[in-house]
Design a protein. Structure first.
Ligand code: HMG
Length: 387
């Protein structure tokens, strides 16, 4: 077995946030006249995160990022914030600027958004790694935040969800090193898209699933060639999980001996979170795996429709247990509020994008996940407030 090449830049801290509300897929199955086992066993999902109007990709991103900042001494070391999303509500202003404001980051911190379907957080992570490698005193904050919506009665409907992941990238990371090699596969394909005016995605589900697997084969070949590693050198694998069965099919085809149960626990409860999904798998693995992961190589498969695929690897650091939120992650997911089908239908109707206020009769209708909520939309401009 070849030795692990420890680069010295990687993920220092990682945290996630999702909605406090969910719909059980048993409830959806009942109303769609589907055997719930198709959702539970056939696609491997149990719940989907549903977002009330006071939450969006910015509020959950702030919540995830505040957890990350709670584990560092000096936020003024952060010189770069990249916000990766395909759920942008503004085609001009970066969602990252709101996050920068509420985190109180310094004005000399560079901020911008990135987009390439579910792949963008991986692109952002690799950019951040290069940035820190050339500015070793600097740290970078990478956020992947998405809310995934499909039209009612489509095959994609039970795979809806959403979450934000925040990752601090630094030298001598406490969580995991990012290895210097990666396999890439890019191809132009019409498997999933969202025209600028639409709030729900359009897609060809079968084609997307086919291309996910085909691209994995190509990216993996490229990774093995770049790294001179073998399959046996990869100890664990995490996948972008649009629904868990997709990742299970990938394991069966390419890594038949591997068990990925621990990596899929959170995704089954959250649903597809696009740019965040692969990193939710990583957190799920780390929080739930009973074995010591220090020194283990984790293969990471990132896929964004359209499409770009990347297979790269992390090596878990010896100090990884010092930076985790395992107990609160499990508690937060266990204590969410289940909504009824009527409430789901109400929350799924196209969100107001030009005028909205979060208060009715002076009372806030939904509880907030974190310290910041969407208070108002005025002439299309979003106004956030601290709770
Ligand atoms: P479908 O066509 O409704 O489902 O949706 P199906 O008929 O293929 O059935 C699914 C599975 O359930 C099958 O198992 C059935 O046998 C089983 P499989 O053959 O796959 O192993 N089943 C049952 N099992 C137990 N009890 C039962 C039962 N009935 C059936 N009673 C589809 C599948 C993928 C089309 C759908 O989920 C979809 O359209 N999803 C949206 C697109 C998607 O997620 N694509 C994934 C790859 S693309 C990607 O990852 C990128 C993305 O995240 C976007 C981005 O990049 O921005 C989507």
């Amino acid at each position: 077995m070849s030795s692990i090449n420890k680069n010295n830049v990687g993920i220092d801290v990682i945290a996630f946030s999702t909605s406090d509300y969910f719909l059980s897929l048993k409830t959806l199955a009942e109303h769609r006249d589907v055997d719930y086992r198709k959702y539970y066993e056939g696609i491997g999902q149990e719940r989907m995160s549903i977002f009330p109007p006071n939450e969006d990709i910015v509020t959950i991103a702030i919540d995830a990022a505040q957890k990350v900042l709670s584990k560092i001494d000096n936020k003024n070391d952060i010189d770069l914030l990249i916000f990766a999303t395909e759920s942008s509500f503004d085609l001009s202003k970066s969602a990252g600027i709101y996050v920068h404001h509420f985190l109180g980051l310094k004005p000399s911190c560079r901020v911008f958004d990135m987009k390439q379907a579910c792949y963008s957080a991986t692109a952002a992570l690799q950019m951040a790694k290069s940035f820190v490698e050339s500015n070793s005193a600097s740290k970078a904050l990478v956020i992947g935040s998405d809310i995934v919506k499909y039209s009612p009665n489509t095959s994609g409907e039970p795979t809806q969800g959403g979450a934000a992941v925040a990752m601090l990238v630094s030298e001598n990371p406490r969580l995991a090193y990012i290895e210097p090699f990666s396999g890439i596969y890019t191809t132009d394909i019409a498997d999933f898209w969202r025209p600028a005016a639409a709030t729900e995605a359009m897609f060809d589900g079968r084609l997307s699933a086919h291309n996910y697997l085909r691209s994995l084969g190509c990216a993996l070949d490229n990774y093995l060639e770049q790294s001179s590693l073998n399959f046996e050198d990869i100890n664990y694998t995490c996948f972008h999980a649009p629904f868990n069965k997709m990742a299970i099919k990938a394991v069966r085809q390419f890594f038949p001996e591997r068990d990925i149960k621990d990596a899929l626990i959170y995704n089954a409860l959250i649903g597809n979170s696009c740019s965040a999904s692969l990193y939710i798998s990583l957190i799920s693995l780390i929080d739930n795996c009973k074995r010591n992961l220090a020194g283990k190589r984790i293969g990471m498969y990132s896929y964004g429709s359209g499409s770009v695929a990347e297979y790269y690897s992390l090596v878990i650091s010896d100090r990884y247990k010092n930076t985790l939120f395992s107990d609160s992650n499990k508690e937060n997911l266990a204590n969410r509020i289940e909504i009824s089908f009527d409430e789901y239908e109400k929350l799924s109707t196209t969100a107001e994008i030009f005028n909205y206020t979060s208060k009715e009769g002076g009372k806030r209708l939904y509880r907030n996940i974190g310290s910041v909520f969407l208070a108002e939309i005025k002439d299309g401009y979003r106004i956030y407030a601290e709770a």
